[in-house]
Design a protein around this ligand. Sequence first.
Ligand code: FAD
Length: 448
Amino acid sequence: MTDLNQSASPSPLGKTVEKIDTLVVGAGQAGVAMSEHLGKLGIAHLVLERSRIAEAWRTDRWDSLVANGPVWHDRFPGLEFDDLPPDAFASKERIAAYFEDYAKKFNAPIRTGVEVKRVVRNADRAGFTVETSAGVIEANRVVAATGPFQKPVIPAIAPQDASINQLHSAAYRNPQQLPEGAVLVVGAGSSGVQIADELRRAGRKVYLSVGPHDRPPRSYRNRDFVWWLGVLGLWDMEAAQPGKEHVTIAVSGARGGETIDFRNLAHQGITLVGLTKSFSDGVASFQPDLVDNIARGDENYLSLLDAADAYIARNQLDLPEEPEARASYPDPACMTDPILELDLAAAGVTSIIWATGYSVDFSWLKVDAFDANGKPRHQRGVSSEPGVYFVGLPWLSRRGSTFIWGVWHDAKHVADHIATQHKYLDYRDASQRQAEPVVAAVQSAGAR
Ligand SMILES: Cc1cc2nc3c(=O)[nH]c(=O)nc-3n(C[C@H](O)[C@H](O)[C@H](O)COP(=O)(O)OP(=O)(O)OC[C@H]3O[C@@H](n4cnc5c(N)ncnc54)[C@H](O)[C@@H]3O)c2cc1C
């Protein structure tokens, strides 16, 4: 990629320091979207990426992962996946290639292989000093696009038992990677259920620890759930419903897209257990909440069917009825007689996979933009610290903010904010305009 728009000038110490108006840190989907919008608005910028474009899609995901949403939906407005039918689910490699192609399309000024180590606000002048693995850069603004899922989180309850192989879902690649034996998968969001199902299909005995979750139908009445969440305004929800902040969403695009149905997974051979509570002397204990968690997931599923039916009726859409979507498998034995304790050795469990989510890491961003818990303080990505911005964070503006299409819209808002700040700074009062007649004449000619 070319480096556009930056300049260099001598620093007070005599060294040449590169200068840029807006520095974007990270070239995943969030950084690429930022670059597109900043470029369109004529803002001089540079994107620094410590690895490669869309690195998370290349290396931080398991081998068989496909997108959770079909390609007509999980993309940016400016480019389609023209090698795939609209309802296909792109592989993780295809998605990485998509963002690479997208960045090439508008010649995004992305510099790869450069890590941002530290950003500090300048004490004696405007802007920020950015220390990178390839030298120092001065920037007027910094956009953190370093991702919502940076540090894998393994809860403190994890057993300190070296005989059990433990890994986070971010490190899981395929069943062959695990030692022989049964597997306990902790967490039943999109990652946990897909990994558990893959292991079961590979012939492993699997225990799946299921907490509170939403589970939309993959599709209903000929429309994918991403369409339903869109037309029902659910992607645009601005905050999680109170009490549902930690509710994960269980969906899958595997094998052309399937509804996650925990009873069906159990009938296929997976043993469901409740939330994992603790480990002691080789025994795992689970909360007695499996039936409740599944019942609340069913409620969520059925509420979406109801809302979809009401939407179809209200808008007089000609979409085929699907009464079978309301049928349920009988409760499996692991629900009627839940397991509350599991002796791991006796059950042959040799691995635990923690599909327990991620946290962010802004240790490089040494500015006053965080609350007491280290959470970024911002409004739709515009930080409380002037000149600092965030994109790609969960619920940045809405439920869709971490998703491919959602981050594109959030990045547009952030870029618009930066352009508006430029307009203020470009303002000249009458006396300044008189003092700059030539510049003003050129500007007004340009405006015409
Ligand atoms: C298993 C999984 C499946 C998902 N599936 C989907 C899906 O199907 N559809 C969907 O819409 N979303 C999906 N998501 C959510 C989201 O789209 C991805 O997490 C996506 O990678 C987030 O993009 P991002 O650009 O915000 O962050 P990232 O992709 O994480 O990009 C951040 C970039 O910043 C770089 N970086 C970090 N720190 C620095 C630094 N200090 N200096 C320089 N560079 C730095 C990283 O190398 C990285 O390339 C999924 C997430 C996960 C975990």
